[in-house]
Design a binder for this molecule. Structure first.
Ligand SMILES: [Zn+2]
Length: 254
């Protein structure tokens, strides 16, 4: 049995038996890969300190066809990202991004998703504190975009007319985008005004809009979108993240 080598990021792990762990990696070349890492627990365990959540590196794994659980040969950590573990908001955002990948990714490789996840984790580790809520939103939207589910912001998903600047559009989750004002009457999704649309466009490009407020409403929007298109139920990590975002002192309606 030959080993394969692939760039990988560790998303989740749990103990297995007396000295082993089961690790779930998202890999660039093989999608989601679960492995048994034998003998890695305890102080003398080989590589134990680098097998932390959200560490990236080169994974070397013995892969058997038609199996869900493989055997890890080695993991050469290139980015430990220990900065994520020192700040609850950074860690909560990384966990939410990781859960989105865990619930939607398969064993088919999607390199764009892998790259988006890597970029998201690097940015979450280093972003200034004031930009963290926006950085968390950008991380989630860019991963959705990489999966191929970016919402259509313009034109209207129903009639195809361009949504002009002054309009208050409305989300149509089933159609995967916005309806113009004329088509918005019977849409159930949240209203999205011109300001929020401009912010969404930036977030989808991985950029944090200047002076971004209402980050809880933004998280509600991206959470509903994820629940509709990528997951089968609301994700706990997104709810947890929402509780850590700042509440806006003045409710003006987005
Ligand atoms: Zn329309």
């Amino acid at each position: 049995m030959s080993a394969v080598e692939t760039p990988a990021v560790l998303l989740r792990s749990h103990d297995y038996g007396d000295s082993s762990r089961i690790l779930r990696f998202y890999t660039r070349d093989h999608g989601l890969v679960s492995v048994v890492a034998r003998g890695v627990r305890g102080k003398s365990g080989k590589g134990a300190t680098t097998l932390a959540s959200f560490a990236s590196g080169q994974l070397i794994v013995y892969m058997k066809a038609h199996r869900d659980l493989h055997t890890m040969k080695d993991f050469h950590c290139t980015a430990l990202r220990s900065g994520l573990a020192t700040d609850m908001l950074r860690f909560a955002a990384a966990a939410a991004a990781g859960e989105v990948v865990l619930v939607h990714a398969e064993q088919e490789p999607q390199p764009a998703v892998f790259d988006a996840m890597q970029d998201a984790l690097d940015t979450l580790e280093t972003a200034p504190s004031a930009e963290l809520p926006g950085t968390a939103l950008a991380a989630l939207w860019t991963i959705i975009e990489a999966f191929g589910f970016a919402p259509q912001l313009d034109p209207c998903v129903r009639c195809g007319t361009s949504i002009v600047d002054a309009q208050v559009a409305r989300f149509d989750f089933a159609a995967g985008g916005l309806r113009c004002e004329a088509c918005a009457q019977d849409a159930a999704g949240p209203r999205v005004g011109p300001g929020a649309r401009a912010q969404l466009a930036l977030l989808l490009n991985g950029r944090v809009p200047a002076g971004l407020t209402h980050t809880r409403q933004h998280l509600g929007l991206v959470s509903d979108f994820i629940a509709y298109h990528l997951a089968t139920k609301p994700l706990k990590s997104l709810k947890f993240l929402g509780g850590m975002l700042p509440a806006d002192s003045v409710a003006t309606g987005a």
